[in-house]
Design a protein around this ligand. Structure first.
Ligand code: GLV
Ligand code: GLV
Length: 326
């Protein structure tokens, strides 16, 4: 009850309430924006727990500020912004919010597939700008989703949930992954090396976490392997795709289009990207439904409360932290 925690951005009230009931001090970023690095460093000093977002880097400099830090809870499933090894070496557990956002994020991958293939955002702009002058047989034609081959890259929870939805659209599924996955194969997905998946798929949907191995996993060479009629969908992390190469591929017709929820240098866009009609973009809202954001907040809060109380948190990503606790 005496713990002192920092929450780096306003999250749903219910989750803040959980923290207030369990901790002595709960400081929440008062601004309606991410903290600057300076603000974060000033606020992160002498804390027992940190509840942070994908917008704050957690590294040695941050960890040095709180000698008694008992845990870092991230309000996200992806935790590439956290130096997990640095936390582990100090005996600090790190948690994320898996499971609760799986279906919501799989839904957005589908929203982007349809939006890209059927030109939904482009069509909306067209109508809104008063350019729609009547039905035409060749007006704004797109590509079929039904029956197309879906390529899933990364057969984790979200990749598998995305594959599951393909049954309703009669789509053959192929997948590439570090490991074979029974769960996705039960859905009829066929395992392929990445290069073959890129050659065969009509939609390539990315679901790998961002690591040093997956940075620029999709670059010029990979885009060249894709069909010129295919679409690339990215709902994971921007740096998995070489955005410069993607702009060139979209401009030169190397692929038909793309649907992006994430960007390489978020929130900045690669020059040229926003000038292209064959890309549809969202502001990183994959998990962005009211219900899911509450579930993520409550999950992150429950993880943090367990950690500041010295209990095992439900969603620990570095269980080996215990070997280093002094
Ligand atoms: C959001 O991008 C997340 O990792 O939860
Ligand atoms: C995320 O939860 C994933 O494993 O895809």
């Amino acid at each position: 009850m005496n713990s002192n925690v920092l929450v780096t951005r306003r999250i749903p009230d219910e989750s803040i309430g959980m923290l207030e009931a369990a901790c002595g001090v709960v400081d929440v970023n008062p601004h309606d924006r991410a903290m600057t690095r300076e603000e974060f460093l000033a606020a992160a000093r002498d804390r027992d727990g940190l509840l942070c977002l994908l917008t704050e880097d957690i590294d040695d400099e941050v960890l040095d500020l709180s000698p008694d830090l008992k845990g870092v809870a991230i309000y996200a499933v992806g935790y590439n912004n956290i130096d997990v090894d640095a936390c582990t070496r100090r005996g600090i557990p790190v948690t994320n919010t898996p499971d609760v956002l799986t279906d919501t994020t799989a839904d957005i991958a589908w929203a982007l597939m349809f939006a890209a293939a059927r030109r939904v955002a482009e069509g909306d702009r067209y109508v809104r700008e008063g350019r729609f002058s009547g039905w035409g047989p060749l007006l704004m034609l797109g590509s079929d989703v039904t029956g197309a081959t879906l390529g899933i890259v990364g057969a984790g929870r979200i990749g598998t949930a995305t594959a599951k939805r393909a049954a309703g659209f009669s789509m053959p599924i192929v997948y590439a992954s570090r490991r074979r996955s029974e769960a996705i194969e039960r859905l009829g997905a066929r395992y392929l090396p990445l290069d073959d998946l890129l050659r065969e798929s009509d939609f390539v949907s990315l679901h790998v976490p961002l690591t040093t191995e997956t940075t620029h996993l999709i670059s010029e060479r990979e885009l060249d392997l894709m069909k010129s009629t295919a679409y690339l969908i990215n709902t994971t992390r921007g740096p998995v795709v070489d955005e410069k190469a993607l702009v060139r591929a979209l401009r030169d017709g190397v692929i038909a289009g793309a649907g992006l929820d994430v960007f390489e240098r978020e929130p900045e866009l690669e020059p040229g990207l926003a000038d292209l009609e064959n890309v549809v973009m969202l502001p990183h809202v994959g998990s962005g439904t009211v219900a899911t954001r509450i579930r993520m907040g409550n999950t992150a809060a429950a993880n943090l409360i367990a950690m500041v109380n010295g209990a095992d948190p439900p969603n620990c990503v570095n269980p080996e932290w215990k070997e280093y606790r002094t």
